[in-house]
Design a protein around this ligand. Structure first.
Ligand code: SF4
Ligand code: SF4
Length: 445
């Protein structure tokens, strides 16, 4: 059933989306490469523990690292072959991370050890949740939070609504759009599996109105799955969890609270498709759809790539570049992370690889804030962004915390048209890291 959004969040911006560069390009399967570099810790939570060693042979989908706790996720081999080096590679945050080299044997032979569960409708929710955990599914829209944990709310939190995030409000990115066009049934069935795990009936999928073909396609198939397709206004960051919940249900998630405090669980459409693969096919998360785009890219498009593929190889799939880019970003231009190395491998949450011309990159400065208030008008979380930024500049992190800096989405809407070009999101990231480090010091485990 098709619906329109109930509420419109305050703030937000309308950046040029540039999605036309890749939205018409159907998902292409990346060929098998000779080597993959699979980073071990690809999620929020405890790092997983390596269970293979150099020289071991592995099948595609075989676990190579087991979860390091409940809030953790296993990691699986993206193809069959031999374990090469265990070494450090550049990670998306710029810090080196431990990775496993997989040397492909060319057979690409599955061996996950997970049997398909075709009759999931009559399978216990706990068994389905365990499968989602064993398949290493994490939030594929950006945060990489282990999905089985999100599907395990405390008993005191009454969940009645699941919302699939198909907004894809970040400029340039089109991976979710193509997935919704090309695998609507996998997404809808994945949503139904999650609804069974949560024991709920209200399921929505929110999609921005700039993807009318995806809205029509999902709506045409949604009836048997009892999923409501909600058309959302185009407004960045419509895909923020709290903004999406407000738009779809009219419920506000108060500052400092989580979606489950409003009775909701939000999952990305890619995560839903991965759950379908894990449950009905017995396939762990070893590949994902990634957009390769930007003006310097010769053939922008969308590729199904194995986790662990160095981004240099993925850019080559898109024909390489016609000129030297000014910046390479993992993710979109608003929330993505600029990269120094093209050896960084694709991770479970790599939604896109964006190459920008120098002229399109924002040069942040440390000019003083002129108190124009634009950032506050743009902020979807009603934060006093400019004031918070000044406190952080002066290392007054406790003051920034009092002004709810931890609620910041890092969406970048505040910095979008700051006339002083202040690095507002970088300030927030610094403050969050500082506050978390201070808390960890105060409460050592
Ligand atoms: S938009 Fe920039 S200059 Fe204006 S108040 Fe915010 S931080 Fe200050
Ligand atoms: S303060 Fe945070 S939530 Fe508000 S606009 Fe800036 S980045 Fe987005």
């Amino acid at each position: 059933m098709e619906e329109v959004q109930k509420k419109k969040f305050t703030g937000g911006i309308h950046p040029k989306d540039n999605k036309e560069l890749s939205s018409g390009s159907a998902i292409q399967n990346a060929p098998l490469f000779e080597k993959y570099h699979v980073i071990l810790c690809q999620h929020i939570g405890a790092p997983p523990k390596l269970v293979v060693k150099t020289g071991d042979t592995v099948k595609k989908g075989q676990m190579i690292a087991e979860p390091g706790g409940f809030v953790s996720a296993p990691v699986h081999s993206p193809t069959s072959g031999t374990i090469g080096k265990i070494f450090d590679v550049p990670g998306p945050s710029g810090v080196n991370q431990e990775a496993v080299e997989i040397i492909a044997d060319g057979q690409d032979e599955w061996g996950s050890g997970l049997d398909p569960i075709p009759d999931w409708q009559n399978t216990a929710p706990e068994v389905l949740k365990e499968r989602i955990a064993k398949a290493g599914i994490v939030g594929m829209g950006g945060a990489a939070f282990p999905t089985h944990v999100k599907l395990s709310p405390p008993p005191a939190k009454k969940i009645d609504t699941l919302i699939l995030n198909g907004a894809e409000c970040e400029p340039y990115l089109t991976a979710d759009h193509r997935l919704m066009l090309e695998r609507p049934e996998a997404i809808l069935e994945g949503a139904s599996i999650m609804a069974r795990v949560l024991g709920i009936k209200n399921v929505y999928i929110g999609i921005e109105s700039n993807k009318p073909d995806a809205i029509a396609g999902l709506n045409a198939k949604s009836e048997p799955y009892k999923v409501n397709v909600v058309t959302l206004k185009v407004r960045y960051p419509q895909g923020g969890e709290k903004q999406l919940i407000y738009a779809v249900t009219g419920r506000k998630v108060p500052q400092g609270m989580l979606p489950m405090d409003a009775g909701c669980v939000v999952q990305n459409v890619g995560t839903a498709a991965a759950i379908y693969d894990a449950v009905t096919q017995g396939r762990p998360l070893v590949e994902r759809v990634t957009t390769v785009t930007g003006e310097p890219v010769v053939n922008p498009g969308n590729w199904l790539v194995r986790i662990g593929t160095p981004i240099a190889d993925v850019i080559r799939l898109a024909g390489g570049v016609s000129r030297t880019p000014g910046k390479v970003i993992l993710g979109g231009p608003m929330m993505g992370f600029a990269q120094k190395s093209l050896e960084v491998p694709v991770m479970k949450n790599t939604s896109g690889i964006l190459l920008l011309d120098q002229v399109d990159t924002v040069q942040f400065t440390s000019q003083p804030c002129i108190r124009c208030g634009k950032c506050i008008d743009n902020c979807p979380m009603d934060l006093l962004c400019g004031t918070i930024s000044c406190f952080i500049e002066n290392e007054k992190f406790d003051k920034a915390e009092e002004l709810h800096v931890m609620d910041c989405l890092e969406c970048g809407a505040c910095a979008y048209d700051c006339p002083a070009h202040r690095p507002l999101v970088q300030h927030v990231r610094r403050a969050k890291a500082e506050i978390r480090a201070r808390k960890a010091k105060q409460n050592p485990k």
